[in-house]
Design a protein around this ligand. Structure first.
Ligand SMILES: Cc1cc2nc3c(=O)[nH]c(=O)nc-3n(C[C@H](O)[C@H](O)[C@H](O)COP(=O)(O)O)c2cc1C
Length: 333
């Protein structure tokens, strides 16, 4: 099983001591969540949420790229846009901020992004996708990767996507992440790991397999089928920031990984609330809700606690509920 990853860039190459990567997740993988993931996965490549290149050029979202300079370990910046000049400028700015690599989003199915020609819409416009990759790889020294899907629709799966990826590889892409679903599928059906293997066999640059990896067994199975150079985990990290480190340790054959106990998970939720309140004021509680709901599972009383947390009107109320649960757990043991 691969447990490291070499990404050869045009100017600078990157050697990562882990083959498990955290997916860019809009609305989730902000600096606070990345800090939690990093706690368990010191060596893995993490990603920012996708960042709009034109907005960045106009001065919006600059903090999202600046903040990575203060972070430990490799952090890649994911950009999306369909304007080659904007993306090249944003890539340069990201490189100056300490991006480990630049990823271009060519897979996002969200209408508001695809409508403007970014994300998965680029699957329909290979010439523009090629131009984007060329411009970015001319603008920066660090590696440039592309995250995409196995095609627009079922009929593209084998033929068009292969040609698409070969053209991007020729244009200067240094790594691909392939989500084993078509654009038309969205998140429906199962990720097709066999197609990822067929594509991997045709390509020279590293291929990262993505889609439906939630645990160690999935990771091993996916790597066996795809023969990929690494794996990327998206929804599996929701409410479980330790999963990247847990899978990475297992692939490295390490036996000392310590998964958080229920009590530690509850402390993590409180820490998350505190961090979000510190950054965003009481509005942080609204942002914390989805994280609280995702983490609050798989223990006695989780469902009830989840309900109470969602209803909580202040961060104090939410934290009091958690403290009550912690003391109940302590009394039980
Ligand atoms: C909440 C959410 C946000 C996402 N945001 C992004 C994003 O910003 N950029 C991106 O390339 N993909 C994004 N994705 C797709 C994931 O990165 C990943 O490709 C997809 O979820 C499949 O992997 P999984 O089965 O491990 O979740 C997002 C998915 C979810 C569920």
């Amino acid at each position: 099983m691969p447990n490291s990853l070499l990404i050869k860039g045009k100017g600078i190459s990157r050697q990562i001591k882990s083959s498990v990567i955290q997916s860019p997740l809009a609305g989730v993988t902000d600096k606070i969540f990345r800090k939690f993931i990093r706690r368990w996965a010191p060596e893995s490549l993490l990603f920012t949420e996708m960042i709009n290149a034109t907005s960045l050029n106009l001065g919006y979202g600059v903090e999202k790229i600046n903040q990575i300079s203060k972070e430990e370990g490799p952090v890649g910046i994911q950009l999306f846009d369909n304007r080659p000049y904007s993306v090249a400028d944003a890539a340069k700015e990201s490189e100056s901020s300490g991006a480990y690599l630049i990823d271009i989003n060519m897979g996002c199915p969200a209408k508001k992004i695809a409508k403007k020609g970014g994300g998965s819409a680029l699957l329909k416009d290979p010439s523009l996708a090629v131009e984007l990759v060329k411009r970015i790889s001319n603008a920066v020294k660090i590696p440039v990767s592309v995250k995409t899907r196995i095609g627009w629709s079922e009929k593209d799966k084998d033929k068009n996507i292969k040609e698409f990826l070969l053209r991007l590889q020729d244009a200067g892409a240094n790594m691909f992440t392939i989500h084993g679903r078509t654009r038309e599928q969205g998140f429906n059906g199962k990720a097709d790991w066999n197609v990822i293997r067929e594509l991997k066999e045709q390509l020279e640059i590293p291929v990262i397999a993505n889609g439906d990896i939630y645990n160690i067994n999935d990771a091993i199975e996916c790597l066996k089928i795809t023969k990929a150079d690494g794996i990327m985990i998206g929804r599996g990290v929701l409410g479980a920031p330790w999963i990247i480190g847990e899978i990475d340790s297992a692939l490295k054959g390490l036996e000392n990984f310590k998964k958080p106990s229920t009590e530690e998970k509850l402390h993590l939720i409180m820490e998350h609330i505190d961090e979000l309140i510190f950054e965003k004021g009481e509005h942080g509680l609204l942002l914390a809700r989805k994280h609280m709901a995702w983490t609050c599972k798989d223990f006695d009383g989780a469902q009830n606690l989840r309900k109470n947390l969602i209803k909580a009107k202040s961060s104090k109320e939410a934290k009091d509920e958690i403290l009550l649960m912690i003391s109940k757990l302590k009394n039980k043991s």
